[in-house]
Design a protein around this ligand. Structure first.
Ligand code: ATR
Length: 289
């Protein structure tokens, strides 16, 4: 590509940023779409996000992704926030508007698109969420939006599952979420389950581990989604494939679609599935390295 006086800049702010795969997503998209845009990682130290966002605006930066440790603190630096991002309390994408940036959570919108690219709906399905940390929290709100009929939240620390379930039920305005300890999986009555693995277990160096091993649990799964994408096939996915009734998918599509949605917001375009498939190939290559 040619960088010239018209080149627009987008980037990722966080610390560390060296591990990021996002440049592969956005620079491939710019290339395919013929946009004069570059995407670069920008290291911003803890406590400096307000200075960085203000500076980025003055530097005419078109859009930013935000990663650890700034996803909460960045909310105070915005001129507006999308309602879902506000509910979840985390922002990972800033979109330039007149006077400042508006914040979105494309992580969660990306997960929604990733799930919908694999199965047509989660509406009226029973969903089991493994974990109750930061990532699981966002997934739980998404399950309300996707109209799951029931949400079991299974976590090693029951108190965290309970706190999250209470928050979800208040948001949903009905009893949708049921907290449980992992060992209580046998109390789940339903025979058809979509399961989302949102703990950090399965991620390298814990890649030979899973929070729940019981084949009786896996036999009920018609769709298993692991937020982890390194390794490409986690232990959770192996168990879903071995005992379950359907698909097991890793978190790489979530990473793909969070980037695609950010790119769409920055450039006011729609990215086709054909184009998404090409970007996915580039992303897979980067992650394999
Ligand atoms: P993230 O932001 O990636 O969600 P987190 O907020 O630290 O990270 O949450 C990690 C999740 O993985 C939690 O649900 C955690 O369970 P606890 O709430 O009991 O800590 C879960 N987790 C981490 N290590 C685990 C382990 N060895 N066994 C079971 N669950 C584990």
């Amino acid at each position: 590509m040619i960088i010239d006086g018209h080149t627009r800049v987008c980037g990722l702010i966080g610390d560390p940023v060296e591990h990021t795969s996002s440049p592969a997503i956005h620079n491939t998209l710019a290339n395919i779409c013929g946009h004069n845009l570059v995407y670069v990682p920008l290291q911003v130290k803890r406590g400096k996000v307000a200075d960085a966002v203000k500076g980025a605006y003055e530097l005419n930066v078109l859009g930013l992704n935000v990663t650890v440790p700034h996803k909460l603190e960045v909310i105070d630096c915005l001129v507006g926030i999308d309602s879902l991002a506000e509910t979840i309390g985390a922002v990972n994408t800033l979109v330039r508007t007149e006077g400042g940036y508006i914040g979105y959570n494309t992580d969660i919108l990306g997960l929604e698109r990733a799930i919908l690219s694999e199965i047509s709906t989660l509406q009226n399905e029973t969903v089991v969420l493994l974990g109750a940390g930061g990532a699981a929290r966002a997934v739980a709100f998404l399950m309300v939006r996707m109209k799951a009929s029931k949400l079991y939240i299974l976590n090693r620390t029951f108190g965290k599952a309970k706190t999250l379930a209470d928050e979800i039920n208040e948001y949903a305005g009905c009893i949708l979420a049921y907290p449980m300890e992992l060992s209580d999986y046998a109390n789940i009555e339903e025979e058809r389950l979509a399961v989302i693995q949102a703990t950090s277990i399965g991620l390298s160096p814990y890649d030979d581990q899973v929070v729940l091993e019981a084949p009786e649990f896996y036999k009920k799964i018609f769709f298993g989604y692991d937020l982890v994408y390194r390794p490409a096939e986690t232990k959770f996915m192996k168990l879903v494939s071995e005992y379950g009734q359907g698909k097991a998918v890793n978190g790489l599509k979530m990473l793909l679609y969070q980037g695609i949605i950010a790119y769409e917001l920055w450039n006011d375009v729609h990215i086709s599935e054909e184009c998404a498939a090409k970007v996915y190939e580039a992303l897979e290559e980067t992650v394999r390295r």
